[in-house]
Write a protein that binds this ligand. Structure first.
Ligand SMILES: *Cc1c(COP(=O)(O)O)cnc(C)c1O
Length: 442
């Protein structure tokens, strides 16, 4: 499958996830890459994986995607204590998801113009994916986007970031159910291959390969900054395993990366796996880092493929067993690349408080989950913690942790005064399918 087809397909027809046929090597290119800006590095790295769009066109798409950011360097490395914080939240919706979704929107547009086609994008969001995906495609003439979110379970600001968008190709669906219900509906509709084909269904969740690919760039970029030649380790607040999987690829490509440290909140399935080899589902905990309230990380099987040396039979059996019984075991599992821990919610609060008191730095709750993990892995030097959201997106938590009103951002001020548009629906596949039939592009 070529890159363009992979982007359009989203989930593979058999329900699996797509990975590159081989991981390209940047061996011998580090000296060329190390002085490049983030944007120029993206123009170099993406063509390694994209054979069916010209480098010139890729450059144009990259320029266009990142012109929407508030910060000219796009990402920034801020020294705080003994770590560097890699701020990835300077895009239109103030979460790291903008980095991939601003680009993905442009890629969809380019492919559709080329083919004179259209797409109905269907997304499930626990908060940040929805607004970032909407910001990536609003107003495009050959795309409609349908975003399902659990009614009453996302923050007010996150909801307003979606529902105050006025472009008519944006459809917000408040589902009477949980995030899991939304994700289930999505999975089932993608599994209905006739429906998927007839309504040209497309995916913007991180199952879409282009999301992961776009994220490889900032790992490469951050790993090459600074005078110190020692490889960098990354601490990654983790939910669906999309972000860290991009880091894993960057390391495989040859960027100077040492360890990748997973930090989960109380939804600790990954922390348990990397420490015991046991992959077992638990009940969802609702925490102050809601974008990571995930029990079954959708990208994990991409990583397992590599840890099982490409043994797809074994992988299929492992995932099959997990789906059936809620548990699968890899005996004696030990990763040389990945370390993992989980952080309790009260530690997230105390970390926000501690980092602010000591350094004056305001971390969002997801970033704080990472910073708390960095504290646990003191013995690993040269750490970069990913900051995945701007603190102003989570004022309830951040202000409470710090003890006064702190975080605001101009992109969020006044949202509550705008007209808000959403439709409440039952958590039923049929209802969502009918909605797409009625209001989707065709
Ligand atoms: C989506 C999200 C995460 C989790 O990223 P994954 O790729 O799902 O592991 C962490 N923090 C924030 C703020 C997010 O929006």
């Amino acid at each position: 499958m070529g890159f363009m087809e992979a982007v359009m397909t989203g989930l593979a027809p058999d329900g699996g996830l797509l990975i590159p046929e081989s991981v390209p090597s940047i061996a011998g290119r580090i000296d060329d890459f190390k002085d490049l800006s983030f944007v120029n590095l993206a123009k170099q790295v993406l063509p390694f994986y994209i054979a069916d769009i010209s480098s010139e066109k890729i450059s144009q798409l990259v320029d266009s995607a990142y012109s929407s950011f508030d910060y000219p360097e796009i990402v920034s490395l801020v020294p705080v204590d003994d770590v560097h914080i890699l701020e990835l939240f300077h895009g239109p919706t103030l979460a790291f998801k903008d980095i991939a979704l601003q680009l993905l929107g442009r890629v969809f547009e380019y492919i559709l113009n080329d083919r004179k086609g259209y797409l109905n994008l269907l997304a499930a969001t626990s908060g940040d994916t929805g607004s970032a995906a909407i910001a990536g495609v609003k107003g495009l003439s050959n795309i409609d986007i349908f975003v399902m979110y659990p009614k009453g379970r996302i923050s007010k600001l996150q909801e307003l970031q979606m529902t105050t968008v006025t472009e008519p190709n944006v459809h917000c669906l408040a589902v009477e159910g949980s995030f899991d219900d939304c994700q289930n509906i999505m999975k089932n509709l993608f599994g209905d291959l006739d429906f998927k084909e007839q309504y040209h269904l497309g995916a913007v969740n991180s199952v879409n390969w282009a999301r992961v690919l776009a994220q490889v760039v900032y790992y490469g970029f951050a790993s090459l900054q600074g005078q110190n030649k020692a490889p960098r380790s990354f601490v990654i607040p983790t939910g669906n395993f999309g972000n860290i999987f991009a880091g894993f690829l960057a390391k495989q490509m040859g960027f100077p990366i040492d360890k990748l440290i997973i930090s989960t909140n109380e939804n600790d399935i990954l922390a348990r796996f990397f420490n015991t080899g046991q992959y077992s589902r638990g009940a969802v905990h609702f925490t102050s880092s809601p974008a990571m309230d995930i029990q079954v990380p959708s990208n994990f099987e991409r990583f397992l493929y590599y840890s099982m040396d490409g043994d797809t039979k074994r992988l299929r059996a492992f995932i099959g067993e997990f789906m059936q019984s809620g548990m699968a075991i890899m005996d004696d599992y030990q990763s040389k690349d990945i370390l993992a821990t989980s952080i309790e919610d009260r530690e997230t609060f105390s970390t926000i408080n501690r980092i602010y008191a000591k350094n004056g730095y305001i971390a969002d709750p997801h970033t704080a989950v990472g910073l708390a993990a960095a504290e646990q892995f003191k013995m690993i030097g040269n750490k970069i913690c990913l900051a995945t959201a701007h603190p102003s997106k989570f004022p309830e938590v951040v202000d409470k942790a710090i003890g006064r009103k702190t975080a605001t951002h101009k992109r969020l001020i006044g949202l509550e005064n705008l007209k808000s548009r959403t439709v409440t629906i039952k958590a039923k596949e049929r209802v969502v399918a009918d909605y797409i039939r009625k209001f989707g592009h065709q």
